[in-house]
Design a protein around this ligand. Structure first.
Ligand code: B12
Length: 297
């Protein structure tokens, strides 16, 4: 992928006239910079934002990166899973820049970031987990790979389009001593791009501090992740007796996610929604946004 495109190059990629690209740039639909000679240049970052904002599928943009025909064909068809082996190699090398490059290539084929994360990033993490479990990878390798993925996700956030503020606020956090925070990093990324004000508390948040934070911020949404739950009774008591009363008082909708969350804790945890899949955040977002619009009217 190049660093920037000329008006003509971008027009070709978007299949529109060069004059259309120039008009879009002059109306502020797509950011550009001017060269010393006065020509418009479109940095990759602006182009990616534009693609994400308009949910365009433009694999042609990234194809130049991959000379293998099978990779190109899959990307053209919007199948980003073809990038899984390269992403895994980059992660195991701790190569954040390469991961970011692959995320960009993925975005132009799959502009829906939730799908991009679930189809490209999560399978790599699952494979890394299996390699660790089977003893093929040490804790050092596992840490290096996941830290690189997390860093790349955070940098990638700055490259994707963020809608105008929608007036909704979310607190996104791990539960108590939980340290697996990639799922909530992806959730924070999605909500931010949809215009939410997001407080991403990350990992290792003592329950009493979370309660105080929720009381202070009164968010519309509280999204909690719990990957490893060793003490089920303490988890249920912490959520039901401490977190949920505070969330309810603040008027927050609460979604609690983690592996087998529904089957394991359904009926025992009182959250508004229990989930095993970050895609559920999309319907929660849509429901809350339409509720907000009705309230504003
Ligand atoms: C990355 C990783 C780590 C990283 C964490 C880095 C980080 N910043 O997150 C590091 C290396 C630090 C780590 C440490 C440990 N890990 Co670890 N780790 C993983 C790994 C490889 C990937 C986890 C991940 O991010 N997956 C991708 C995300 C998206 O998946 P997820 O969190 O499960 O989310 C999915 C659902 O659960 C749900 N979801 C989760 N949260 C939420 C929240 C909301 C609101 C919603 C809607 C949905 C949702 O949506 C996602 C799917 O769409 C997994 C392997 C695997 N199969 O997952 C092991 C894994 C989770 N780890 C495991 C273990 C045992 C550990 C350690 C105890 C030992 C170790 N490996 O060193 C320590 C934990 C120490 C501690 N203090 O708790 C086990 C857990 C087994 C269990 N359930 O008991 C796993 C499954 C590995 C394995 N195969 O055994 N780990």
């Amino acid at each position: 992928m190049k660093n920037s495109y000329s008006s003509r190059e971008l027009a070709e990629i978007l299949s529109v006239n060069e004059s259309t690209v120039k008009r879009w740039a002059d109306s502020g639909f797509i950011e550009c910079v001017r060269t010393k000679g006065g020509h418009r240049k479109f940095p990759v970052r602006s182009v990616l934002r534009f693609i994400h904002e308009n949910q365009m599928n433009l694999p042609g943009l990234s194809l130049a990166e991959f000379d293998r025909k099978d990779v190109q064909a899959h990307l053209s068809a919007g199948f980003v899973d073809v990038l899984i082996p390269s992403l895994k190699t980059a992660a195991l090398e701790g190569d954040t820049a390469e991961i970011q490059k692959l995320l960009r290539a993925g975005l132009v084929s799959q502009p829906d970031i939730i799908l991009l994360y679930t189809q490209l990033v999560f399978p790599v993490l699952t494979e890394i987990g299996i390699d660790w479990e089977m003893g093929k990878l040490g804790v050092d390798g596992e840490h290096l790979a996941t830290q690189a993925i997390k860093s790349a996700l955070i940098s990638f956030q700055l490259e994707i389009h963020t809608k105008e503020a929608n007036g909704l606020t979310a607190v996104v956090t791990c539960f108590d001593s939980e340290i697996h925070d990639i799922a909530i990093t992806c959730i924070a990324s999605f909500l931010t791009s949809e215009g939410w004000k997001v407080y991403h508390l990350g990992r290792d948040i003592p329950t009493d501090d979370l309660v105080l934070f929720v009381r202070a911020k009164k968010p519309d949404l509280l999204a909690i992740s719990a990957d490893i739950v060793e003490d089920e009774e303490a988890f249920i008591a912490g959520i039901n007796n401490k977190v949920l009363p505070a969330a309810k008082k603040a008027g927050a909708f609460t979604i609690i996610g983690g592996p087998r969350m529904k089957s394991r804790f359904g009926g025992r945890l009182k959250g508004d929604l229990l989930s095993d899949d970050i895609s559920d955040i999309r319907s929660v977002h849509e429901k809350m946004l339409s509720r907000k619009r009705v309230a504003v009217k």
